[in-house]
Design a protein around this ligand. Structure first.
Ligand SMILES: *Cc1c(COP(=O)(O)O)cnc(C)c1O
Length: 375
């Protein structure tokens, strides 16, 4: 197939509005972190999440680090999280010197199994860092109940789930601090970028201070604690403000495409469709399926290669973090459901620009590959 007809995982959808706001920012001379777009983007995105405060930062990874630092999570503390996520989730925990406690995934939502959390909590546990994997929210009320009972903080890694809902509440707005990424392939983008959202004024003030070198308010260049430069630029925020006008449309496109994929793939043997629990609104950052090699005819990796010859991009799921060389000290721990998801999971194209025609072509290719492999 020709290069032009290659269907990528996602490309950022940028238009006239983005260009116009970026031009405004450049013309104004405010290209660092001062300037009207940063405040505006913080206000708009935090409101979108149903939260009072937004703290824009330079990427999603530092958003996680800043959230942990803001809550005072440090050496000797423990943080509960999922073994199947982007590496940034656990690297942030390592960066503050805390110990990671993994909880296996649940079969149905693919997120942390809420029934397995309590048994891991110890007197040293300080926070639960929830991941809303591939756009499907975590079952949050059990997490919030445990957090109250054991006085733990709840941080949401919502980098993949802008606008996803748990029982009618947008993710990022359910814990103490919600963290987002605006990397180019996320649901909205600022190129590189991230944000913390919170309803807690103290957390918001602390995060703002640490984001900006922890300058003492009344005495500039005077420092009582260690801060960082995690600021977002006005140029990034200009793109963000333009993207906010489209976020509802982007989510609607993703859901429409996911429903079309579902209807076209539901009869293909050996494919598990992505979850959407009765209490959830999945935003399908990725359109994620599981491939059962025996029933489908070929395994996930072979399907991925075959799709490439049809001009269709796809991606395996994340590797389980406890099996990564970087985290070899966890290699004897077992999280069988996370491991199984990682072995079987494949993400199909799901960008904001993906057309229904594209989805039909992808589903047709998968059906054809399946039929060839079982005949
Ligand atoms: C993308 C992502 C991050 C990191 O965000 P960056 O902006 O790339 O630093 C963190 N966690 C999850 C779950 C992600 O998908």
């Amino acid at each position: 197939m020709s290069k032009q007809s290659f269907i990528p995982m996602a490309v950022p959808v940028l238009g006239k509005q983005e260009l116009s706001y970026v031009t405004d920012a450049v013309k104004s001379g405010w290209i660092s972190s001062q300037g009207r777009f940063v405040n505006k983007f913080e206000e708009q995105f935090s409101t979108f999440c149903g939260m009072k405060y937004g703290i824009a930062v330079c990427n999603g990874t530092v958003a996680l680090h800043l959230a942990l630092a803001t809550l005072g999570v440090t050496h000797g503390d423990e943080v509960i999280t999922s073994p199947i996520s982007h590496i940034a989730t656990v690297n942030a925990i390592t960066l503050v010197g805390a110990k990671i406690l993994f909880i296996d995934s649940e079969r149905t939502s693919w997120n942390m199994d809420p029934d397995k959390i309590e048994e891991k909590i110890t007197p040293k546990t300080k926070a639960i860092l929830v991941v809303h994997l591939y756009g499907h929210p975590m079952d949050m009320f059990p997490v919030i109940r445990l957090a109250r009972k054991y006085k733990l903080f709840v941080i949401e890694d919502a980098a993949e789930a802008h606008g996803a809902e748990y029982k009618g509440n947008r993710v990022g707005g359910l814990g103490d601090i919600g963290c987002f990424s605006f990397y180019a392939n996320k649901i909205i983008t600022t190129g590189e970028g991230g944000m913390l959202v919170s309803n807690n004024k103290n957390f918001a003030e602390k995060a703002r201070k640490l984001r900006d070198q922890a300058y003492e308010k009344k005495r500039r260049f005077w420092h009582k604690e260690q801060g960082f430069n995690y600021r977002m630029t006005n140029v990034q925020a200009a793109i963000g403000v333009a993207q906010m006008k489209k976020i509802d449309k982007f989510i609607a496109i993703r859901r429409r495409n996911a429903h079309l994929y579902n209807s076209l793939l539901s009869d293909v043997s050996g494919i598990t469709l992505p979850p959407e629990k009765e209490w959830a609104k999945n935003v399908y950052w990725m359109y994620s399926i599981l491939i059962d090699k025996k029933k489908f005819g070929i395994g996930r990796d072979t399907l991925c290669k075959e799709l490439k010859t049809h001009g269709i991009d796809s991606r395996r799921f994340f590797y389980p973090i406890h099996l990564q060389p970087l985290y070899h000290n966890f290699k004897n721990e077992q999280y069988p459901i996370a491991e199984k998801l990682s072995r079987m999971g494949l993400n199909l194209p799901s960008g904001n620009e993906l057309t229904q025609e594209n989805v039909k072509n992808i589903a047709q290719a998968i059906t054809q590959i399946h039929q060839n492999s079982i005949s």
